[in-house]
Design a protein around this ligand. Sequence first.
Ligand SMILES: Cc1ncc(COP(=O)(O)O)c(C=O)c1O
Length: 376
Amino acid sequence: MVVRASFRLGNPHSELFPLEPLVRACDDLQPDCLIYGDVQGNLDLRQEILTQFDWYYRDCKPQELLLTYGITEAITLTARSLLQKDDIVIVEAPTYPWALPEFRAQGAKVIQIPVDKEGLRVDLLELELERAARSGARVKLIYCMPTFHNPAGATMSLSRRLRLLDLARKFQAIVLEDDPYFELRYRGSNLPPLIALDKSNSVIHSSSFSKLIAPGVRIGWLMTHSAQLMQSLMKLKPNGTNPMLAAVVLNYLKSGALSDQLYRIREYYRQSQEICSTTLARLARLQISACEIAGGFYFWLRLPPHWSADYFAMYTGKHQIDISSGNEFFAEAPTEPAVRLAFSSFSHAELRDKLEQFVTIAEAYHHLKTTRSATV
Ligand SMILES: Cc1ncc(COP(=O)(O)O)c(C=O)c1O
């Protein structure tokens, strides 16, 4: 079956799914993976995750890790365990919008703070935290994507990471670090995740195998140094995470297949990202600027200030190029007109072809905007 590629979705390219190694990993399953499992999830898998990513998760322990059905469930668990009506959650502008219903379902008020090319504007965050404290409100949670932000592409600098943690400690807020792309760096040097810098038990970190193996695997993890937070998160998950699939993923990791997979996908997406950078640079003459990215799956394209992101996305959609209007990625009013292009699901040949079509459509739209006064 062919999986349809689109600029709208952050699906991995389907030819990069490691089907054969996954099938081999099912060969040697033991009956103990067919009973209800450990509440925190398969202990050997938790240990193996820390071993596979030891360069990233220095000093983290298996008891600080809870297996989840992807980051999606980690967000839900965090929202349910921490938030009450009228609590404030701070998110980035733009943000990953599928987290927002989880915060709002608990009655929390969501406030956005802009991201620039160094990540979350911690100077504005500080002002917001002070303002909330003065008014007697409580910021319980700060939700952010410090590494290869979806959709903005930015990576938070080390100094901002440290400042963010200082502020979280000072104002007693928890930081939820959403981090699915950390193994997908195409250039530059790695930065430590917030969880590795956290000295005051202020961070819940989450990642998953969705972008590295396949989203259908639905195995991810959350991590915290706080035993108290771990206890309250575990209470919401009495049956643990899919023991059978955890055993398959454990076999897969133990076979050594992940390092080959990571090498392969990083190289593939690095080339995809270069194809995009080169082609999208041609849009500068239309006053459309693409963010520079060092990793991840997304380009955030800033449109001329008088363009409507929704109209432009509708126009490209009418011409069979589906992109996301940037307006979908804001918790409050959009701070700029922009669109998001997810490049990961395409083969290189398809990507070149679709990008050429996108540039042609953008030129036609630009022409319409400069020659017609009507709204398009
Ligand atoms: C920032 C971010 N968080 C969470 C997710 C969902 O992750 P998972 O498949 O692990 O639930 C995605 C998927 O695109 C994402 O980009």
